[in-house]
Design a protein around this ligand. Structure first.
Ligand SMILES: Cc1ncc(COP(=O)(O)O)c(C=O)c1O
Length: 424
């Protein structure tokens, strides 16, 4: 017999979005022992030797240092390990000319938990019963936002405007400011920049415009910077991180090689940080101090920012060019396929206009030819509108080898050609 669950228990015990598909992928890979799949689905970063070595060095330093017992044998402050907070304050003040103090920083066990605290602290029902929306200004966006809130009705995403280059087979999503509504019914605003799954980067102006709409209502705007500069710096286009006022700049150390250590960093006004810190104390006390201690050293020395631009960014940027050039060569010119402009992150996003089948069916057909991608429809959390486009996209991970990406894209081109020809 299954245990009786509360509404909260029921919500949190179900997998949402891409996590549910990942289960299917895992089962496919396990069942297909002996069959060679080209797996273009993972969100897990590649273990780059230089990055692994950096973390090994700082771990050795920690193991041999005076602070080891204090780091791993004791509880610490909920806000975070003090030397890491200090390293973040100094680094960001210097690099971006800010006036941060240690009260502007919160360290969390991964950035996913930070979004959980924030969306539940600022979104949902107020004590007077009013619904405060969690606004995603540009859909599609990170699938993980779909499982954050107890109240699905609180999550509200906006359909984007599309900038299409028909001849070049590329496109870009833009926030549709003619529709975007931010007012006293909004609890918080959230978006990833660069974006998982599309690789889109909202321009500095677009970000400022969104923050300005929220500012009169004192609504926090969480900018999920999991792929942004200064680290991991997975932006392939110019972008400036934007701080201050109602913006909470949210970072993750997962894409700089520490996903296993679970480290997220929030930078924002003290009034927001205090709320999030209390949430964290109630939930889990604090993040792992071992990870925080090695991160403190890597930030303080400047090595993390250096390795991001010298090793991590070029690695994934090159992979994107492999996707781009193989598609250009292999995809039929007369079909309406569009690659999203590769402005950052570790994914490529492809849209097939008027696709005769759903993205899920395409995913199944690609599995038949040994290629695993992620169907795009799981990346529209909170977008209730019927929109065929939601079933016309797939996400390709840039974590595979060049050879696998090339072979995968060629097989994709063949399947797509057949699908449009057959009409199913
Ligand atoms: C856009 C985005 N935000 C947040 C996360 C969660 O990262 P973390 O490992 O810091 O919890 C991910 C993970 O892939 C992501 O892609």
């Amino acid at each position: 017999m299954n245990p009786a669950l509360t509404q909260f228990g029921d919500k949190m015990s179900h997998l949402t979005g891409v996590r549910a598909i990942m289960k299917d992928i895992k089962e496919t890979l396990q069942a297909g022992v002996g069959q060679q799949y080209i797996n273009l689905s993972p969100g897990n970063p590649v273990i780059l030797p230089e990055v692994e070595e950096l973390w090994r060095e700082y771990t050795t330093e920690l193991l041999n240092g005076q602070d080891f017992g204090n780091v791993v044998c004791r509880y610490g402050d909920s806000q975070g390990y003090e030397p890491l907070i200090e390293a973040v304050v100094n680094f960001f003040n210097q690099r971006y000319n800010l006036n941060l103090t240690n009260r502007n920083i919160l360290i969390t066990p991964g950035s996913q938990s930070l979004y959980f605290y924030a969306t539940n602290a600022f979104g949902g029902y107020t004590s007077s019963g009013k619904l405060k929306q969690i606004v995603l200004p540009l859909s599609p966006d990170y699938t993980g936002y779909g499982g954050l809130t107890l109240f699905p009705e609180a999550l509200f995403a906006y359909k984007p405007a599309l900038d299409i280059d028909t001849a070049g087979h590329t496109f870009k999503y833009r926030p549709d400011f003619s529709k975007l509504n931010i007012d006293e019914s909004t609890g918080c605003v959230l978006f990833s920049r660069p974006c998982n799954p599309t690789g889109n980067v909202l321009t500095d102006d677009e970000v400022r415009k969104i923050a300005a709409l929220a500012e009169p209502y004192d609504i926090p705007v969480l900018i999920d910077s999991a792929y942004a500069p200064p680290f991991p710096a997975l932006n392939f286009t110019e972008m400036t991180p934007i701080f201050g006022g109602n913006i909470i700049h949210c970072m993750s150390l997962s894409k700089v090689g520490l996903p296993g250590e679970r480290i997220g960093i929030a930078i924002g006004e003290e009034k927001y940080i205090n709320v999030l810190e209390s949430f964290q104390t109630n939930m889990c006390i604090h993040s792992s101090r071992y990870g925080q201690a090695i991160a403190a050293r890597a930030i303080e020395t400047g090595m993390l920012a250096d390795i991001a631009t010298s090793v991590i960014r070029p690695y994934y940027q090159k992979k994107f060019t492999v996707v781009e050039s193989t598609l250009d060569e292999a995809m039929p010119k007369d079909l309406p396929w569009f690659l999203h402009r590769g402005e950052g992150a570790i994914f490529a996003w492809i849209w097939f206009e008027d696709l005769p089948i759903t993205d899920w069916e395409l995913y199944q057909q690609l599995k038949q030819v040994g290629v695993i991608v992620v169907p795009g429809s799981s990346f529209f959390p909170g977008l209730r509108e019927d929109w065929k486009h939601k079933q016309e996209c797939i996400r390709i991970s840039l974590t595979a080898t060049d050879e696998d990406i090339e072979t995968g894209m060629r097989r994709l081109a063949k399947v797509i050609q057949d699908v449009y020809k057959r009409g199913n």
